[in-house]
Design a protein around this ligand. Structure first.
Ligand code: NAD
Ligand code: UFG
Length: 337
């Protein structure tokens, strides 16, 4: 079985490549490296002791995508490639609509031309918007609060419409909550670039002294300690969810939607103190205002993924904090930052 992994050099994609290689699949990576390094390809090969092809290809370029489908017999697609920064999407919405939506339409079109019917798509908890009650389940109404989030809502709809018109099509839409952590080898993780907008990358950059202090954004939420609550999940558990989802598509046709989270809420302060405890350090921090549009609590109902995919969680919050630190420490040593 040959799986095309778009965005396979990225944070979640690279861990998923390892998972599929370990399980004996043949993979092909497609990435334009706009938010990843070519070196990641070597690290995936090193960890898995397996070889595979990769293409430097932009999903906005139809001819390049078609060439990949022409040159290879692809059985299934896992589609990670996309831009993911919420603040950047607010500043430059057209870039997000163009890259994420046009890219996905081009991919679906190429799959259609080459009779490829299985796709696993990276969606996000962001599609639950601001008006649902926790825990979020897959049947709740969707909305978004920023252009990035709308690209996810729109792509889900495009894929569902396409599947309705092409009944042989098989789709798993996976809605990730807050993926953090890194591969235990320390070779793969979330690349520290620019000023991070998410909490764990911020913690990591502060832990190596790249940023002077952590910002706790909002201490007046209606939560146990006043800080925002999220559902953190180890990136290797997320990667394994893709394997389980593709196993399902190999058996059953239809459109399947699953939350991938831990099913538990952790506050900002709890995450920081767990990171400090596990890695034996103290991080300087400062209380700040809430970020505009931030919700107080988000966590998943994960019963459906557990029951229908047989997916289970193997990593704890402590593992996530330990592996994040292990990766950033190694990255700092290798890159002299
Ligand atoms: P990432 O930026 O690390 O990986 C995305 C990869 O896609 C990068 O390697 C990038 O170079 C590539 N890419 C982007 N646009 C492309 C294009 N037009 N053509 C070819 N390659 C392109 O991001 P990630 O954290 O690994 O996220 C993967 C997917 O999961 C994204 O679709 C993201 O929106 C979604 N997601 C991520 C999170 C998260 O917190 N990390 C949460 C929910 C959903
Ligand atoms: N936070 C801080 N300080 C920071 C950054 C974040 O205190 O420097 C707080 C936030 O206010 C929030 C929590 O940490 O309470 C988590 O924030 P993240 O930005 O890490 O995560 P979000 O859940 O807010 O958003 C992320 C992505 C979205 C995605 C969502 C669900 O940014 O795109 O997870 O997957 F939709």
């Amino acid at each position: 079985m040959t799986i095309l992994i778009t965005g396979g050099a990225g944070y979640i994609g690279s861990h998923t490549c390892v998972e599929f290689l370990k399980a004996g699949y043949n993979i092909i990576v497609l990435d334009n490296f706009c938010n990843s390094d070519r070196q990641v390809i070597d690290y995936i090969k090193q960890i898995s002791s397996k070889n595979f092809k990769y293409y430097e290809c932009d999903l906005c370029n139809k001819a390049q995508i078609n060439r990949i489908f022409m040159e290879n017999k692809i059985d299934s697609v896992i589609h990670f490639a996309g831009l993911k920064s919420v603040p950047e999407s607010v500043k430059n919405p057209l870039k997000y609509y163009e890259n994420n939506i046009t890219g996905t339409i081009n991919l679906l079109d190429a799959m259609n031309s080459h009779q490829v019917v299985n796709i696993v798509f990276s969606s996000s908890a962001t599609v639950y918007g601001m008006n649902n009650k926790v825990p979020y389940n897959e049947d709740m109404p969707l909305s978004a609060t920023n252009p990035y989030g709308w690209t996810k809502v729109m792509i889900e709809q495009i894929i569902k419409d396409y599947a309705a018109a092409n009944t042989s099509f098989r789709v798993a839409i996976l809605r990730y909550f807050n993926p953090i952590g890194a591969h235990p080898s320390g070779l793969l993780g979330e690349k520290p670039e620019g000023l991070p907008s998410n909490l764990m990358p911020y913690i990591c950059q502060t832990s190596i002294g790249k940023l002077p202090y952590l910002k706790v954004c909002g201490t007046d939420f209606e939560t146990k300690d006043g800080t925002g609550i999220r559902d953190y999940i180890h990136v290797c558990d997320i990667a394994n969810g893709h394997l389980k989802a593709l196993e399902l598509l190999n058996k059953k046709s239809g459109v399947f939607i699953y939350n991938l989270g831990s099913g538990t809420g952790t506050s900002v302060l709890e995450l920081i103190t767990t990171f400090e405890k596990v890695n034996e350090m103290q991080l300087p921090r400062m209380n700040c205002n809430r970020r505009p549009g931030d919700i107080s609590v988000s966590y998943a109902d994960i019963h459906k993924a557990k029951k229908e995919l047989g997916w289970k969680i193997n990593y704890t919050l402590e593992d996530m904090c330990r592996d994040s630190w292990n990766y950033i420490k190694k990255f700092k040593e290798c890159n002299n930052i």
